[in-house]
Write a protein that binds this ligand. Structure first.
Ligand code: PEP
Ligand code: MN
Length: 337
């Protein structure tokens, strides 16, 4: 942290500031210029609130050098982390592809989609049992019954499963039957849920919040990691911007940014970003081209009659075709599908 004092700061005020820093066990490197005094503060400032310094009128500005996230920070963990989800690796050379319907509807639907995505090369099966819907009158998910259908379809087709958790009271149940627990965009800052998930040892798929900055997102990962569960996979799924043509705006720049800031794997969900099936294909390709470690894609055997998000779901044939095209892009960027 660097503190710049205003010209002519009285000695007494300088001592007050230094006192706060020393009380927090920081070392101070003082640079006294003709007009200005600068303090280079050394120590773990990640949890220190710089406003404790800026409240002093004689402080011109305070600049953070260290990011507030530690466990998720690449600076302290230069190697990229590879997370194993029941045999499927996230973050290695091979890309991970999660596919399946938005919501679990029936046994037949789950089995049909699971078989189709498996044949196309998907490595994990998705399906929502507890749905975070904007309207309380919309379909809320099949809950426990849905979980059963998902895990059965996963077993039948030899695919690990991922599904969204909405509250901490379901953790025990999820830990027993789910390979990867998804925290949805709307719960990215549900800190009590994140803390409880930090006590488990199940890998967590942490989606980016609708209006979350990259730093806020990494701080949410930090919540889970600080509890002892370091197996966090990030998922960019589009953010709110002024644009209304698409459901969200896919922030492709988040992928190289996360790669620079963090060692955690990151995948992209082009389905929830675009909100339109025909845009999923080009966005999925772009995601792989910019370095994503995988994808999450909604696939439905009958999108016209889907109970949720049919408009952004790919039919199995289209998904199969996309996988073939993605494999070529993967090769160009030194990955495998
Ligand atoms: C989902 O993946 O089913 C979902 C609701 O996504 P998000 O949290 O990104 O909106
Ligand atoms: Mn959906």
């Amino acid at each position: 942290m660097i503190i710049v004092l205003k010209p002519g700061a009285p000695q007494e005020e300088c001592e007050k500031i230094k006192g706060i820093l020393l009380k927090n066990n920081f070392q101070i490197n003082e640079i006294v210029g003709v007009n200005m005094t600068i303090y280079g503060v050394v120590g773990d400032t990640s949890t220190f609130d710089p406003r404790l310094i800026t409240v002093n009128d004689w402080v011109e500005k305070v600049m953070r050098v260290q990011e507030p996230f530690k466990r998720a920070n690449r600076m302290f963990h230069p190697e990229a982390t590879i997370i194993d989800v029941s045999g499927v690796k996230f973050g290695g050379k091979r890309l991970a592809v999660i596919a399946g319907p938005c919501s679990i509807e029936t046994k037949e639907q789950m089995n049909t989609v699971a078989a189709a995505v498996k044949a196309a090369g998907a490595t994990l099966l998705r399906g929502g049992a507890f749905k975070p819907r904007t309207s309380p009158y919309s379909f809320q998910g099949l809950k426990e019954k849905g979980l059963e259908m998902l895990t059965a379809a996963g077993k039948e087709n030899n695919l690990p499963v991922v599904t969204e958790i909405m509250s901490a009271d379901k953790i025990e149940e999820f830990v027993d039957c789910v390979d990867l627990i998804q925290v949805g965009a709307r719960n990215m800052q549900n800190f009590e849920l994140l803390k409880e998930l930090g006590k488990t040892n199940v890998p967590i798929l942490l989606k980016r919040g609708l209006s979350a900055t990259i730093e806020e997102w990494l701080m949410s990962a930090e919540y889970i990691m600080a509890g002892g569960n370091e197996r966090v996979i990030l998922c960019e799924r589009g953010i709110r911007t002024f644009e209304t043509y698409t459901r969200n705006t896919l922030d492709l720049s988040a992928i190289p940014a996360i790669k620079k800031l963090s060692h955690l794997p990151i995948i992209v969900d082009p389905s929830h970003a675009a909100g339109m099936w025909w845009m999923v294909e080009p966005l999925a390709k772009a995601a792989i081209a910019v370095g994503a470690d995988g994808l999450m894609i909604e696939v439905h055997n009958d999108p016209e009659n889907a109970w949720c998000d049919g408009g952004q779901s790919l039919k199995p044939e289209r998904f199969d075709n996309l996988m073939k095209e993605l494999s070529e892009i993967a090769q160009i960027v030194g990955r495998e599908l």
